[in-house]
Design a protein around this ligand. Sequence first.
Ligand code: NAI
Length: 311
Amino acid sequence: MKVTVVGAGAVGATTADNIARKQIVDEVVLLDIKQGVAEGKAMDLMQTASLEGFDTKIIGSTNDYAKTAKSDVVVITSGLPRKPGMTREELIGINAGIVKGVVTQILTYSPKAILLIVSNPMDTMTYLALQVAQSMGVNKKRVIGMGGALDSSRFRYYLSQAMGVSQGDLHANVIGGHGDTTMIPLTRLATWNGIPASRFISKEALAKVAADTMVGGATLTGLLGTSAWYAPGIASCSMVEAIIRDEKRIVPASVSLNGEYGQKDICLGVPVVLGRNGWEKIVNYRLNKEEQEAFAKSADAVRNMNNVLST
Ligand code: NAI
């Protein structure tokens, strides 16, 4: 099995590192447009193999897509990251051109690949990738955006801090758009080993957890001077793992909606079952009225951004 990661920057290299260490596939190709960067990072990572104890081969490529041929999954992280004070949405113009070109090249060499889109603004980039992929005959279930997996891990982090419990015992998911104002941390459905979190902390504390989650990325951007990479890298890797190993795991991810959750002609975060064929099924969480309204508002905001693509 083979995975390509496009963009050997902070998130791409961390994703490749995690995939190699977990020995999910035999071969990882790291591709970047900057001369030598992907080769250098691939070599650096390969020099951890005897220490980490993995046999995955990591190959670097400066924009040579022939090396990516016959990839099973391709993670697309190429593009600009956020700087402090920037929204994910401000990246749209530059990253749209990059994502369009990358998807076309990738599918030319790996027509059967499942695409995992990470570049921001992610829901819009996933929608764009889907359009390109569908024009090249790819099924919509093979185009998936990574955002909810990361936002949910941030949600569980803030929730565990507020509750004083292990993150591993929490079930808490974020749906909707992958934006500071568009994501929806589902506090009503958050549980500690099946017991509603609302039984352990106050309504106000839960609301603060949700608010902290929504600006979780911006908080890190403020501290780091650029966007985060450890959690985005492992979130991407865990989705690749669910696909390659056909785990049938439920993960919130941005996929093409056709009436589900009341939306059409949009890619937006919903819980999906991930397996060898991509996103195999959308899970219906049965949102209450307030959550449905938040989801519709989130869809409106993402749709406005998608409209920028055609201007
Ligand atoms: P980075 O700047 O460290 O890496 C981006 C890499 O993409 C650079 O090495 C650059 O040379 C490369 N690149 C640019 N154009 C390319 C092209 N046409 N072909 C191949 N490579 C190209 O940025 P970082 O931190 O790795 O972030 C990457 C993207 O992921 C950003 O758009 C960021 O906003 C997004 N992101 C998304 C997250 C999510 O949850 N969906 C989480 C974190 C970051």
